[in-house]
Design a protein around this ligand. Structure first.
Ligand code: URA
Length: 191
């Protein structure tokens, strides 16, 4: 890919964005956080994974998907042949909602400038929306049962949230198949 492949032109603004998120006060979630979780991954990532919001471990460490759902995600990425270190992983909201409740509409609205900026900077070939919160925030659609496995607007792929896979192992194979499909799209194959 030409242009942005890991160049300072993308790395620097991504880093500034992460700093801005770290001191964000745009919504009340800022008050309860230990650390904001901007997301992580290389500037040249072809795949962007989007979850819902940080949990306890993420809030403590400032890193996305490092708790139990993160272990499931790690294992499924591996099975799908995707290296975690090559994808960018983030969430709809960057601060942990109290008791891991769903983020409220206002919180999602306040935070979405950051996700929009990440998509704009990374220009990923594939955006994998994990769960209803991500699908709703980005595409304004709902109903994971029907949406999963569907590719929307060429590069948005809707799938389950890893926490759903953790609760229901029957979803695991479909989740891995979706990740694999996302990989194929990123590699330039047909969706
Ligand atoms: N669940 C999410 O949606 N995001 C994380 O970062 C961790 C768990």
């Amino acid at each position: 890919r030409t242009g942005s492949g890991g160049s300072p032109a993308v790395e620097d603004p991504l880093r500034s964005l992460a700093e801005e998120i770290g001191s964000c006060r745009r919504c009340p979630l800022a008050e309860g956080r230990t650390k904001a979780v901007p997301g992580e991954g290389p500037a040249r990532a072809e795949i962007l994974l989007v979850g819902e919001g940080p949990g306890r471990e993420e809030d403590r460490t400032g890193r996305p998907f490092v708790g139990r759902a993160g272990s499931v995600l790690d294992r499924c990425l591996e099975e799908a042949g995707i290296e975690r270190s090559r994808v960018f992983i983030t969430n709809v909201v960057k601060c942990r909602p109290p008791e891991n409740r769903r983020p409220k509409r206002k919180e999602v609205e306040a935070c979405r400038i950051y996700l929009d900026a990440q998509i704009e900077l990374l220009q990923p070939r594939t955006v994998i929306l994990m769960g209803n919160a991500a699908a709703r925030a980005v595409l304004d659609v709902e109903g994971i049962g029907e949406l999963r496995g569907r590719v929307i607007r060429g590069r948005f792929l809707v799938t389950f949230h890893p926490a759903a896979v953790l609760r229901n192992g029957n979803l695991r194979e479909a989740f891995i198949a979706d990740l694999r499909r996302g990989r194929g799209m990123a590699e330039g194959g047909a969706p």
